[in-house]
Design a protein around this ligand. Structure first.
Ligand code: PLP
Length: 317
């Protein structure tokens, strides 16, 4: 009997590619150890950039924010900015995705001294991955206008967690999502302890009142899509502003929309909750200003605005 030579099957990157522990693997094989403090303490930071039609959108802005978040949490990945950029290109190229959700993550890692409780003893890790495009609010819900639940739990205080450092400490968001879904709403936004609007589970929020387009000045991530929406306001002759937003402002808004990398500019039709009632905006449909901003956002993407082409030829081995 002769031995058949065995060859390892080609890895299948069609569902996404990850870079972890220094090598590329199919997304299903990317795992972190249970003892990584990124898991046991949510001691990690991350950022997400999207690719549409083969182009990263505002990649350098996402890298800048990732660096700020790393500094904010005193994390130091074993790769520099140039290497991170190359790895992100590598993940998208390997998975051969034209439209992609691309994440970069740094976890605290594991203590190198057994049993140590000192963050400084941990070896920080870097992970990246590319997935097929994700919308945090489905296209169908975006089309009819999302229904936003106003959560009863306040957003965690910025005194305890700086929301401008992107993080996985989502306990308040998760409670808000459960509440929203229990009441038949699509997703939720949170107020702070003083009653000012902050943000939602993975997105910023805006109100439209006349020609004014306002997003909260506190308690929120400085979203890259938020920045883009403010830039687009100027192009449409709207007055885009970052300002205090109270519950009354939300309830009196002509329109509300949300913004995120994983979805873009996403119009809403209702905002409220069982206690205060619901602002059902004109016709219970996405409003004209939200729709104009959304259309311009995607038109500018098609024109290459803030875009950098993915290097699909640099497929790492
Ligand atoms: N706020 C939170 C809490 C988020 O997690 C996100 C994105 O994931 C955003 C806002 C929107 O930020 P960006 O537009 O940069 O994706």
């Amino acid at each position: 009997m002769t031995d058949c030579p065995t060859t390892a099957p080609e890895p299948d990157f069609s569902k996404g590619a990850a870079w972890i522990e220094g090598r590329y693997v199919p997304i299903a094989e990317a795992r972190i150890p249970v003892t990584d403090w990124g898991f046991t303490r949510a001691d990690a930071t991350y950022d997400v950039v999207h690719v549409t039609d083969g182009r990263f959108f505002r990649l350098e802005d996402h890298l800048d924010r990732f660096e700020r978040s790393l500094q904010g949490f005193r994390l130091s990945p074993p790769v520099d900015r140039t290497e991170i950029r190359a790895i992100l290109h590598g993940c998208v190229a390997l998975s051969n995705l034209r439209d992609s959700y691309v994440a970069m993550v740094c976890t605290r890692g594991r203590p190198q001294v057994a049993g140590s409780r000192r963050p400084a003893d941990c070896l920080n890790t870097f992970i990246a991955y590319a997935l097929p495009w994700i919308d945090v609010i489905t296209p169908e819900v975006q089309a009819r206008g999302a229904h936003l639940w106003l959560a009863s739990m306040p957003r965690i205080s910025p005194a305890s967690l700086d929301p401008t450092f992107k993080n996985y400490l989502w306990r308040d968001f998760m409670s808000a999502l459960h509440e929203a879904h229990d009441h038949g709403y699509d997703t939720a936004i949170l107020l702070d302890q003083e009653g000012y609007a902050t943000e939602g589970a993975g997105f910023n929020v805006f109100i439209v009142k006349g020609r004014e387009v306002i997003t909260p000045d506190r308690g929120a991530l400085e979203g890259i899509t938020r920045r883009s929406a403010l830039e687009l306001c100027a192009e449409l002759g709207l007055e885009g502003r970052v300002a205090a937003m109270r519950l009354e402002d939300l309830m009196a808004a002509d329109e509300v929309f949300t913004t995120t990398t994983a979805g873009g500019i996403m119009p809403c039709a209702r905002v409220g909750n069982a206690t205060i009632g619901t602002n059902i905006m004109a016709n219970d449909r996405p409003g004209p200003v939200s729709l104009a901003l959304k259309a311009l956002y995607w038109q500018k993407h098609r024109e290459g605005w803030h875009g950098s082409t993915v290097d699909y030829t640099a497929r790492p081995q």
